[in-house]
Ligand binder design. Structure first.
Ligand SMILES: [Ca+2]
Ligand SMILES: [Ca+2]
Length: 337
C-alpha cells in the first residue's frame, strides 16, 4: 500500500522504503465541504487522488451501532414513561368514570314516595264510579210505563206508604195484625191487613162493591169516588183523591175464542204473547199488559178490562190495590157466558 502511494512530501524513495508514510488531512480542510475548502497554498503539497476507491472501514460502523443503542434505550425509557402515564391516565379515568354510576344508582332510592302517591289516586276515583250505575239501575228496573217509578214501600210488605194510609196499617210494620201474613199479601187476596183472618176487606168496610148488571161485580176502596156513564152502564171509573183513576169496561168476545186470540184480533199490531197470563182469585183467566197497568179478564162471552192510570203522578202507588180489584171481579148470574 505504501509503495503504491506517490511521494508528496518530497522525500527520497530510499527513505520511504524504510518508514511507512502516513497522510493526514490538512488542518484547513477539516470540518468544511469540498467546495468551501480553501485552495491549497502553493507552498502546501498537493494531495493526489487515491488510485482505489475508499472503502469505509469497519470501525465507524461499530460506532454508529453504539449511537443507535443509545437511541433505542432512550426510546424504551421514554416509551415506558409514556406507557406508564397512559395506563395511569386510563386507571384514573376508570376510577372517575365508576363514581357517577354509583351516584345514579343511589338516585332511584328516594323515588318510592311518588309511587305511594300513585296508589292513592285510584282510591279517589273509585267512589266516583259508584253512583253512575246506581243512577241507571232505577231507570232500567222500573216495570211500569215510561216516566213512572214504583211507589215507596218503607217496610217492604207489598203495600206502598200511600196504601198503608188507605187501609190504616202501619207503614213500618210488615205484618200489622201479626197473623203471619204480610200486609200486601192480605190486600191482594181481599183480606183485612189489620184484622185477624178470615176477616175480609169487604166485611171490614175498607172496600165497597160496585155492580154493573148483567155483567160484573167489583170491589174498590171505600174513600174513592165512583163515576158512572149512563150511556154505557157497563163502564165505570174509580178515582183516588190524589188523581189516580181505575177504569172498568166490557167488550164482547166469541165464547169459543181464547183470550189471547181475542186480544190479537182487537189490537192489531200487538202480540198476545207479550202479555202475562194469570188466573184471578175467583178462577177467571186473565192477561196483564207488560207495564202491569191493564188487565183483561176472560168472562166467556165478554172481556172485562181494568185500566190503571197514574194521572199527573210519577209514582205507581196503588198497584196492590189495582190487583186486588182485578181479583175481586166476579160475573153476575145474569151475565151471558
Ligand atoms: Ca208497606
Ligand atoms: Ca197480616
Amino acid at each position: 500500500m505504501a509503495a503504491d502511494m506517490p511521494n508528496t512530501n518530497g522525500s527520497s524513495p530510499a527513505s520511504s522504503a524504510q518508514e511507512p508514510l502516513i497522510f493526514t488531512m490538512p488542518e484547513p480542510y477539516r470540518g468544511l465541504a469540498a467546495s468551501q475548502r480553501p485552495s491549497p497554498s502553493p507552498s502546501s503539497p498537493s494531495i493526489p487522488p487515491p488510485s482505489k476507491p475508499l472503502v469505509p472501514p469497519s470501525g465507524p460502523v461499530q460506532k454508529s451501532t453504539g449511537k443507535g443503542g443509545r437511541r433505542r434505550t432512550r426510546f424504551f425509557v421514554w416509551g415506558g414513561i409514556g406507557l406508564f402515564l397512559a395506563l395511569a391516565g386510563a386507571a384514573a379515568y376508570v376510577f372517575i368514570a365508576l363514581r357517577p354510576i354509583q351516584i345514579v344508582r343511589q338516585e332511584p332510592v328516594p323515588t318510592p314516595s311518588p309511587i305511594a302517591v300513585k296508589k292513592e289516586e285510584p282510591k279517589v276515583t273509585s267512589p266516583v264510579t259508584v253512583p253512575v250505575p246506581t243512577k241507571e239501575e232505577p231507570k232500567t228496573s222500573s216495570p211500569f210505563p215510561t216516566g213512572t217509578q214504583p211507589g215507596r214501600d218503607g217496610d217492604s210488605d207489598g203495600l206502598t206508604d200511600a196504601e198503608e194510609v188507605l187501609y190504616g196499617t202501619q207503614a213500618g210494620r210488615p205484618d200489622t195484625d201479626a197473623d203471619g201474613y204480610l200486609d200486601g199479601n192480605e190486600v191482594f187476596n181481599g183480606y183485612n191487613p189489620k184484622g185477624t183472618a178470615p176477616l175480609t176487606l169487604f166485611e171490614s168496610g175498607l172496600v165497597k162493591a160496585h155492580e154493573a148488571p148483567p155483567a160484573y161485580r167489583i170491589l174498590y176502596p171505600s174513600p174513592w169516588l165512583i163515576q158512572a156513564f149512563p150511556q154505557d152502564p157497563l163502564r165505570v171509573v174509580f178515582s183516588a183523591p190524589s188523581g189516580e183513576t181505575f177504569a172498568v169496561s166490557v167488550q164482547a168476545k166469541d165464547p169459543s175464542q181464547t183470550l189471547g186470540a181475542w186480544y190479537a184480533s182487537t189490537n192489531p199490531g200487538k202480540r198476545a204473547d207479550e202479555l202475562v197470563p194469570s188466573v184471578t182469585k175467583n178462577g177467571y183467566p186473565a192477561l196483564t199488559a207488560p207495564d202491569h197497568m191493564t188487565a183483561y179478564v176472560d168472562g166467556g162471552a165478554l172481556v172485562i178490562l181494568v185500566g190503571y192510570a197514574v194521572g199527573t203522578k210519577s209514582t205507581v202507588d196503588y198497584l196492590q190495590t189495582f190487583q186486588m180489584m182485578v181479583n175481586s171481579l166476579s160475573l153476575l148470574a145474569a151475565a151471558p157466558l
